[in-house]
Design a binder for this molecule. Structure first.
Ligand code: ZN
Length: 251
């Protein structure tokens, strides 16, 4: 066993019992425990540790905890974004997500911004772990035990309860506003919308719509047709409320 002093910063306190929040405390780790083992035994999933220092030097999650170590764990924030541990996310790539069964509202918002987001109510934990590994998806969940799984290299614990606040949280962590391509995915199917001709649209839209709008899109999966009318206006308004600085919708 090795006894080390731990301190968890910022929102990581949410994972700790009250007496361990906002102060350093001693903890006796299991034999040959890594930083991943130790911080997860204390309740914090590895995906939430953006930066860890041991005795003042940056460390990765596979480092073994030694007697007398002083360990500081920092959460994600705009100032420390960057790959600091071998589990952390690759910056710069357009992220794709897997939202667990409880985050349907968040999944629709992410699709609205054009981010590929898998979401099915029927997915079990084993399936989520498999897809996260195979498709390198960022798992979004409020289940901290799920995020402790090794197959989930990239994941985020969603602190907020309301979808709008959840989107703000995820958008800030992954810098989503800068790369957003609003209204390019079907909100129901997570499939890229295709341009649709007036002839294709005629069966679905009222004549007044055909008269007023020239640009139409269609989902190749569910075959719903979209135009830049009230549907888009409502979505833009919803996104505007989130105060995300979005680029204009593609023409
Ligand atoms: Zn669809």
């Amino acid at each position: 066993m090795a006894t080390a002093r731990f301190r968890f910063h910022g929102e990581l306190a949410d994972f700790l019992p009250r007496e361990r929040r906002n102060s350093a405390f001693a903890y006796a780790c299991a034999r040959a425990a890594t930083l991943k083992n130790a911080i997860e035994a204390l309740g914090v999933p590895h995906t939430e540790a953006a930066e860890i220092t041991v005795n003042g030097a940056r460390a990765t999650l596979d480092r073994i905890v030694r007697e007398g170590d002083t360990i500081e764990v920092h959460p994600w924030n705009p100032a420390n974004q960057g790959p600091t541990t071998f589990f952390s996310e690759k910056r710069g790539l357009s992220p794709n997500f897997l939202a667990d069964a409880h985050l349907g509202g968040l999944a629709r918002f992410l699709r609205m911004l054009g981010y590929d987001t898998l979401h099915e109510n029927a997915l079990g934990d084993a399936e989520i772990r498999r897809l996260a590994w195979q498709e390198r998806r960022i798992v979004l969940t409020r289940d901290r035990e799920l995020l402790k799984c090794r197959e989930i290299l990239r994941g985020a614990y969603v602190h907020a309860l309301k979808p709008e606040a959840q989107l703000r949280e995820v958008a800030a962590r992954y810098g989503l506003a800068a790369q957003a391509r609003p209204f390019t995915l079907c909100l129901s199917c997570n499939v890229a919308l295709e341009p649709a001709s007036e002839a294709q649209v005629r069966a679905y839209a009222l004549p007044v719509v055909l008269e007023r709008y020239r640009v139409f899109h269609r989902c190749p999966a569910c075959e719903r047709v979209f135009w830049e009318g009230s549907h888009f206006a409502r979505m833009r308004e919803a996104l505007h409320q989130l105060q995300l600085p979005l680029r204009p919708a593609p023409k």
